[in-house]
Design a protein around this ligand. Structure first.
Ligand code: ATP
Ligand code: MG
Length: 660
């Protein structure tokens, strides 16, 4: 990428600035900005101070060993993750609720730390009884139920690695991931509820396992009951409740070396074949513990809800390990945001959950916010959201319009918003406001956290001044960084460390402003090159969303003979602006082209605007721009196994090719 400022920053409305509300700042865990200097002065000590707040069975003798690109943290230290997430809290608050769960049909369960301790112990003993021991891999293919968390923690108690596969993935995806890590045991359920239907997890598991030679046992949780009609394979399949009933009540935690593997997690694959990201024990736990404490300002009475599925890294780090290491009460919800407790479509389930459970901290994804914008202001307005005190987002850049909508309609202009940039690979949040200190700017993840060091560089690796778009790099190791790709260290070196040796390359574009805030521009692969100018898709999308008719937009570059690439915009229109006929649709398309040209310059004028009801997204809700490029360029679609809904691309293709 060359150095460019084409397009300006119209989409970002740099004049918006939200200092922390004084009443929030007064009570915040972190109030003193000197934390950044302290971390910069000695970043190893900074992280070691957090690590020391955890329970270690044996102290480390060295904080960091850095042989680029391989890091080891807290060398010689021994600890157990389940002890830190559960046992540790029995001393101080055994009867506090650890998990507050709600099923889609409205059924509810709570587990205190004491109860969670019992369940984790029993299930660890149960897993051990079927042959799982330290270093083995266990695939977890489960719904959002407390047992998913119990299963993860039970693996860590034994020292087995888990590989959680999102419960919405297909048999092929499950098979590929199970084989890649060579799992011995698969944990699943008969099914779960999604928009009033049963998702038949056990059936899909059976299909996947026709081609998984390493799997010896399958443990099946009964979530649905009779209606799920499943078959159990004798000798291989065991009911969870039967296995636990005959297991001892206690399982002593395995002392794990700080660098022993904790889990492998396959990334969602927005950009291609999934990569098995490997995280280890001491550094990872320190990273998620510290960032949860800093970014979410956790207090003993908080009711904390991260809406991510445990199948994603956000679910690992901020549903399970980070909050439980902090002894927090975690809300979990099984189902869809647009399905009510009485089994009907709705647009306010999340707001209903917040009101009933008095959620204080909400951490969700831009895709949910954009869907809510499309549904309008009325659904959240029906609910009392006054318990909320802090909001967060993760997963994609959040358009400033969506940020402001969230701020107004959910946070009631009272709650700080933390826009957190990080990845499966980074394990923990990297760039984010500290809510008691940072002046936030809609659309910017603001600054690297204390102890994290980032830069924006050009193609050659030279640091770029403020206002210039370039490539994000992380310049120093951090505790929760991935250690390698499972079984493929060469790919690890090549993907993340070959572009700028010694510096980590996340694959995202970024720009800094004069105040040192980072503005994420989307994936480097998605940045367009039009007539020699770099154009950020993020910026064009944010401008489109500023138009009152637009709820969501995805911009891609289509190969063009003269310009190199031409921008093409796929746009979802807000319900009340839906054009009534072809002529109205054409008028709107023209209007949107002019709107972008006026705001960002003629060079950014989209060649095509396609009005669509939906965009291809990963199961975690991220727009898959590479498939939109395939459609626009008339190519065979690339890997679509991680798509949430394959019919969306099929329909778009028909539409694009004018057959509909
Ligand atoms: P794959 O790497 O397999 O294509 P993925 O990148 O979608 O999958 P994740 O690790 O879940 O899988 O996502 C990390 C990416 O999400 C980041 O690299 C970035 O592009 C995007 N992202 C996450 N949070 C933010 C944020 N707050 N602002 C901007 N982008 C974000
Ligand atoms: Mg990625």
């Amino acid at each position: 990428m060359t150095v460019e400022t084409i397009g300006g920053t119209a989409g970002w409305q740099l004049d918006y600035a939200f200092p922390p509300p004084p009443e929030f700042a007064r009570q915040a865990n972190i109030r003193d900005p000197e934390i950044y200097d302290r971390a910069a002065a000695d970043f190893e000590k900074f992280w070691a101070d957090f690590a020391a707040e955890l329970d270690w069975m044996q102290p480390w003798h060295r904080i960091l060993e850095w042989n680029p690109p391989h890091a080891k943290w807290f060398l010689g230290g021994k600890l157990n993750v389940s002890v830190n997430c559960v046992d540790r809290h029995l001393k101080t608050h055994p009867d506090k609720v650890a998990i507050l769960w709600e099923g889609e049909p409205g059924d509810m369960r709570t587990l205190t730390f004491r109860q969670l301790h019992k369940e984790v112990n029993q299930f660890a003993a149960a897993l051990h009884s079927i042959g799982v021991s330290k270093g083995d891999r266990v695939t977890i293919y489960m719904p959002m139920v407390p047992e998913a968390v119990i299963a993860m923690l039970a693996c860590t108690r034994i020292g087995a690695m888990h590989s959680v596969v999102f419960g919405g993935f297909s048999a092929d995806s499950l098979r590929e991931r199970t084989n890649d890590c060579g799992a011995k045991v698969v944990l699943t359920a008969d099914g779960y509820w999604r928009r009033g239907n049963i998702v038949p997890l056990k059936k899909t598991t059976d299909e996947a396992l026709t081609g998984c030679p390493t799997v010896e046992k399958v443990v099946v949780l009964r979530r649905i009951g009779e209606q799920a009609s499943i078959t159990m394979q004798p000798g291989r399949d065991i009911w969870w409740h039967e296995l636990v009933a005959s297991a001892p009540a206690e399982y002593p935690p395995e002392p794990m070396d700080s660098e022993d593997p904790l889990y492998v997690l396959y990334t969602s694959g927005s950009t291609g074949k999934p990569k098995g990201i490997l995280h280890t024990t001491g550094g990872y736990l320190t990273g998620v513990y510290a960032t949860t404490k800093m970014v979410f300002d956790l207090k003993p009475n908080d009711i904390y809800w991260c809406t991510a599925d445990v199948g994603w890294v956000t679910g690992h780090s901020y549903v399970v390990y980070g909050p439980l290491a902090n002894g927090a009460t975690v809300v979990m919800y099984e189902g869809s945001p647009d399905w009510s407790r009485d089994g009907k479509p709705c647009q306010d389930r999340f707001w209903d959950i917040i009101e009933r459970h008095k959620v204080t901290i909400l951490y969700t994804a831009p895709t949910l916010i954009r869907a809510s914008m499309k549904w309008g202001e009325e659904p959240p307005a029906r609910h009392d959201l006054s318990s909320l005190r802090l909001l967060g987002t993760v997963g994609e850049p959040i358009n400033p319009e969506a940020w402001l909508w969230y701020h107004k309609n959910i946070g009631h202009e009272r709650c700080p918003i933390v826009d957190t940039w990080w990845q499966t690979e980074t394990g923990a949040i990297m760039i984010s406001p500290l809510p008691g200190i940072t002046t936030t700017r809609p659309g910017s993840a603001t600054k690297p956290l204390p102890g994290i060091f980032a830069d924006v560089v050009d193609e050659q690796g030279n640091s770029l001044p403020p206002g210039q778009k370039g490539i994000l790099v992380i310049t120093k190791p951090w505790p929760s960084m991935l250690r390698t790709l499972w079984g493929d260290d060469e790919r690890y070196k090549q993907v993340y460390w070959s572009r700028y040796p010694g510096r980590y390359f996340p694959g995202d574009g970024a720009m800094r402003d004069a105040d040192g805030n980072f503005w994420l521009l989307g994936r480097v692969d998605d940045i367009l090159l039009v007539a020699g100018h770099n154009i950020s898709t993020m910026e064009m999308e944010s401008v489109l969303v500023e138009h009152p008719a637009v709820a969501e937009a995805a911009v891609i570059g289509k190969a063009h003979e003269i310009k190199g690439q031409a921008p093409v915009a796929f746009v979802i229109v807000r319900q009340q602006y839906a054009p009534q006929d072809a002529a109205a649709a054409e008028r709107l398309r023209q209007e949107l082209k002019e709107f972008v040209a006026k705001k960002l310059g003629a060079i950014c004028r989209p060649d095509d605007v396609i009005l669509t009801a939906d965009l291809p997204k990963t199961r975690s809700g991220k727009i898959m721009r590479r498939l939109l490029r395939d459609i626009a360029e008339g190519r065979v679609l690339g890997d679509t196994t991680t798509l949430a809904d394959p019919t969306v691309v099929a329909n778009l293709r028909k539409k694009y090719e004018g057959t509909e």
